[in-house]
Design a protein around this ligand. Structure first.
Ligand code: ZN
Length: 72
């Protein structure tokens, strides 16, 4: 059943949690989990995309999925 954990693993390849901060693994920039704004990478970061990124929101959605699946 490792498939169930893939989305969280994928998230974790780009982001890491540091206390209440979510941090980009590539440029090291962090943003508070409660910051609703789009994530701002360092200039030239390869994880930067054209679309706005909301890693906190993504993490919350992943955890919510797990709750709905009865995994938590
Ligand atoms: Zn970055």
């Amino acid at each position: 059943m490792s498939v169930t954990y893939l989305p969280l693993q994928a998230w974790n390849q780009h982001w890491t949690l540091d206390g209440t901060l979510v941090r980009c693994r590539y440029c090291g920039v962090s943003q508070d989990l409660t910051d609703a704004g789009a994530f701002q990478h360092a200039f030239g970061c390869k994880a930067r995309t054209l679309e706005a990124q909301h890693p906190s929101r993504e993490l919350a959605a992943l955890l919510q999925q797990k709750i709905q699946l009865g995994l938590f």
